[in-house]
Design a protein around this ligand. Structure first.
Ligand code: FES
Ligand code: FES
Length: 157
């Protein structure tokens, strides 16, 4: 089967019901997307499927054929960080970092749909992304900063 990940086409040979997360990490070596709970509860495995945030541990690879998949590795545009990535650096959001690629993918999807999200919108959109280190306050600050950066001509996608 063919998959399009980060604007690159891949030919892979796996069972149709293999979770996309397994294919990304084990078959394609894109290990930026993390395995957390494996049951759709933590958000560590969040990727974009046709622009929408998805839990890749719960998505059979068959459901991703023909879709545009973006992982954390494909969020920047060349050397130019996505505004969420830039803001994460500025606000020093990450602690251990394990949950953060999922957080960043969810935040990027939120900003695409809502360029200036309120605190309540951020809470609602990010509630499915858990952080054992408790970086929630910095995540919120990072999203507000990313909105500023994106509105000033950053690379939001
Ligand atoms: S690993 Fe997919 S939601 Fe936790
Ligand atoms: S930064 Fe450690 S789990 Fe979120």
């Amino acid at each position: 089967m063919k998959l399009t990940v980060n604007n690159r086409d891949y030919s892979i040979d796996v069972a149709l019901d293999t979770p996309l997360l397994w294919v990304l990490r084990d078959t394609l070596g894109l290990v930026g997307t993390k395995f957390g709970c494996g049951i759709g509860q933590c958000g560590a495995c969040t990727i974009h499927l046709n622009g929408f945030p998805m839990r890749s541990c719960q998505l059979p690879v068959a459901a991703a054929i023909g879709a545009k998949i973006i992982t954390i590795e494909g969020l920047a545009e060349g050397d130019k960080l996505h505004p969420v990535q830039q803001a994460w650096c500025e606000e020093d959001v990450a602690q251990c970092g394990y949950c953060q690629s999922g957080q960043i993918m969810s935040a990027a999807a939120l900003l695409k749909n809502s360029p200036n999200p309120s605190d309540a919108e951020i809470d609602a959109s990010m509630s499915g992304n858990l952080c054992r280190c408790g970086t929630y306050k910095r995540i919120k600050a990072g999203i507000h900063r990313a909105a500023e950066l994106a509105n000033n001509g950053g690379n939001a996608k």
